[in-house]
Write a protein that binds this ligand. Structure first.
Ligand SMILES: C[C@@](O)(CCO)CC(=O)[O-]
Length: 312
């Protein structure tokens, strides 16, 4: 066991396919490696303490909203046969929470990596996904696994729940502007909204879910072929589907309109919606930077500009 151990992870955005992915449709998500999360563990003799944005104190007294991480740490200590091992874990994050940027999944990935490092055990990618999803299942109910897959990935991810999870190439030199409405939203509630609508308006909502799958497949081809026009049509179409599924929000719609009026080729919510962040597609860096300023002036609480092209 080490005296000092670390685990890192990063933010994610879903390019397309959120919510559809819960029902077996594909999704494409991008790791945002510039927005980081870190967990640092110091070995202690007896005390077990946690320091984070929302909690500072005895691990056993962690607040209810951190129950996912508490359950994860309990699982890890039991796995390594050391339930009473003393530690002090400090989690630091640049990822805004409850905004669709995967902060809970990133925390789960960073904490899992840190504990494997602490106990000096090798960690396979499969084991990382399964372990980090312990926290996500506690927090979200039945997560698709997409957030954890992307928080631990280095390249854009093609994901089908329980079946497909692999990197895909992006040959498109566009930019994405990510803008935060500043409105918190909970994945669990947004997922429940869609589930309830599906029960009430079965066929209409199922058609939207199927359409999200179709648009996601089109997006994959557009990314591989460098086809900006098809990508833009698919992203705008996905926003129409998501709006009909009850997961948009007036603040999102207002910023989406600002993006479209200021040079965005497409704009949609990203993540679970009902608040949180949006993404806007820009053909070049100067337009992306201009868009980012317009969105901030229109009320976005934070903005980021990310190139679409991946390095590989
Ligand atoms: C809304 C959703 O599709 C993405 C949340 O980031 C839920 C999930 O995949 O579990």
């Amino acid at each position: 066991m080490k005296d000092l151990a670390t685990g890192t992870s990063h933010a994610k955005i879903i390019l397309i396919g959120e919510h559809g992915v819960v029902y077996g449709q594909p999704a494409i998500a991008l790791p945002i490696s510039t927005i980081q999360m870190q967990a640092i563990i110091h070995r202690r003799d007896e005390t077990q303490t946690v320091k984070s944005r929302y909690f500072n104190g005895d691990f056993k007294m962690m607040s209810a909203n951190l129950g996912g991480i508490q359950t994860l740490i309990k699982t890890l200590l039991a796995r390594f046969d050391a339930p009473e091992q003393g530690f002090d874990i400090h989690i630091t994050s640049d990822i805004p929470s409850e905004r669709g940027m995967g902060s809970s999944a990133a925390a789960a990935v960073a904490v899992t990596r840190a504990f494997y490092d602490f106990f000096e055990r090798p960690l396979s990618h499969q084991e990382l996904l399964a372990t980090a999803n312990v926290a996500e299942s506690y927090t979200h109910g039945q997560p698709s696994g997409l957030d954890v897959a992307t928080a631990s990935a280095k390249s854009p991810v093609w994901f089908v729940k329980g079946r497909e999870n692999f990197p895909i190439p992006v040959k498109l030199a566009g930019y994405l502007v990510i803008a935060d409405t500043g409105i918190k939203s909970q994945t669990k509630i947004a997922v429940a909204t869609v589930r309830n609508l599906l029960m009430v308006e079965g066929a209409t909502i199922q058609a939207r879910i199927d359409d999200l799958g179709r648009l996601t497949r089109q997006t994959r081809t557009a990314l591989e072929d460098g086809d900006m026009g098809t990508l833009a049509t698919a992203l705008n179409g996905a926003q129409d589907d998501l709006r009909s599924m009850g997961v948009s929000h007036p603040a999102l719609e207002q910023l989406l309109a600002v993006a479209r009026q200021n040079g965005a080729l497409a704009a949609k919510l990203t993540g679970s919606g009902q608040g949180g962040c949006l993404i806007a597609l820009a053909p070049e860096a100067s337009i992306a930077n201009q868009l980012s300023q317009k969105l901030a002036a229109a009320g976005a609480t934070a903005t980021w500009v990310e190139p679409l092209l991946n390095d590989d």
